[in-house]
Design a binder for this molecule. Structure first.
Ligand SMILES: *Cc1c(COP(=O)(O)O)cnc(C)c1O
Length: 227
C-alpha cells in the first residue's frame, strides 16, 4: 500500500500541533493541508483514507488532473502562483492561498463576479522581504485591504506566508507574527480574514504557536519528494 505509514505520521504531527497550539495560547483551530504536489493521485487518496479532508497543490494543471482521478470530497487548496490568464480554471478549488498581487486580485475578482460567486482567497504576504518570494509587502496590506473591500467577486479569508528556508527561530517567529498582524489588518477593514496559512514541514510547530490556522505539510506526511 502506498504511503502506508501516513496514519502514524499524521498521528505524530497532530500531537505536535496540539502541543504547539497549547503553548501558543491563541486558541485557534488548526487544519492540516496535505501537500500532494509531485505525487500521483495515490497521495490525495491516502490523505482521504487517513481522515484528512484538505489537500494542497502548487500547480493548477497538476491539481485539476488529480481532482478528476480522486473523486472523493476533498477540499483542494491552491498554494502556488497562478497566472492571471488561468483564473477561469480555479473553480474546483476551495481556497486560493496564493493571491500575490493586485493585478491577480483584479483578475480573480472579475472571474468571481462573472460566475456569480466570490472566489475564496488568502492574501500572500512576503514578510521577510526576500526578493525570491512573491506576495504583498506588509506595508502594502492596509491599502490593498481597503481597495479589495469593494470587490464582490472576492472573499478575503486571511493571509498566507512562507518563511525563509533555513531561518533561525527568532526570525521565523517574526515572520509568522507579521503574517498574523496582516490578517488583523484585513479584519479591521471588514474582511472575514480569520485564516492564517503558515508553517511547512520544517517550521509548522512554531507557526502554530504563532497562530496558524492552516498548516501546509508535504514531506513530514508523505516523505521526501523526488521531483
Ligand atoms: C511544497 C510546499 C509546501 C510543503 O512543503 P514541505 O516542506 O514538504 O512540507 C508548503 N507550502 C508551499 C507553498 C509549497 O509549495
Amino acid at each position: 500500500m502506498p504511503f502506508q505509514d501516513l496514519p502514524a505520521r499524521l498521528a505524530e504531527v497532530t500531537e505536535r500541533i496540539e502541543r504547539a497550539r497549547e503553548r501558543g495560547g491563541h486558541g485557534q483551530h488548526v487544519t492540516i493541508v496535505a501537500v500532494t504536489k509531485t505525487y500521483g493521485p495515490d497521495a490525495p487518496l491516502a490523505a482521504w483514507n487517513a481522515g484528512m479532508r484538505d489537500v494542497g497543490e502548487n500547480r493548477v494543471q497538476e491539481a485539476i488532473s488529480k481532482m478528476s482521478e480522486v473523486p472523493v470530497g476533498l477540499r483542494w487548496h491552491l498554494i502556488g502562483h497562478v497566472q492571471r490568464n488561468k483564473v477561469k480554471q480555479l473553480d474546483g478549488f476551495h481556497l486560493v492561498h496564493s493571491m500575490d498581487s493586485g493585478r491577480l486580485a483584479d483578475a480573480l475578482a472579475e472571474h468571481g463576479a462573472a460566475r456569480g460567486s466570490a472566489v475564496n482567497v488568502l492574501l500572500q504576504v512576503n514578510v521577510s522581504g526576500e526578493g525570491t518570494k512573491g506576495g504583498y509587502a506588509l506595508g502594502d496590506v492596509p491599502r490593498e485591504a481597503a481597495r479589495l473591500r469593494g470587490m464582490a467577486g472576492l472573499t478575503v479569508r486571511g493571509v498566507m506566508t512562507m518563511a525563509p528556508f533555513e531561518a533561525a527561530e527568532p526570525e521565523l517567529r517574526r515572520v509568522f507574527q507579521g503574517a498574523r498582524e496582516a490578517a488583523e489588518a484585513l479584519q479591521q477593514e471588514g474582511h472575514p480574514a480569520s485564516d492564517v496559512s503558515m508553517g511547512m514541514s520544517g517550521d509548522y510547530e512554531i507557526a502554530v504557536a504563532e497562530g496558524a490556522t492552516l498548516v501546509r505539510l508535504g514531506t513530514v506526511l508523505f516523505g521526501a519528494r523526488t521531483a
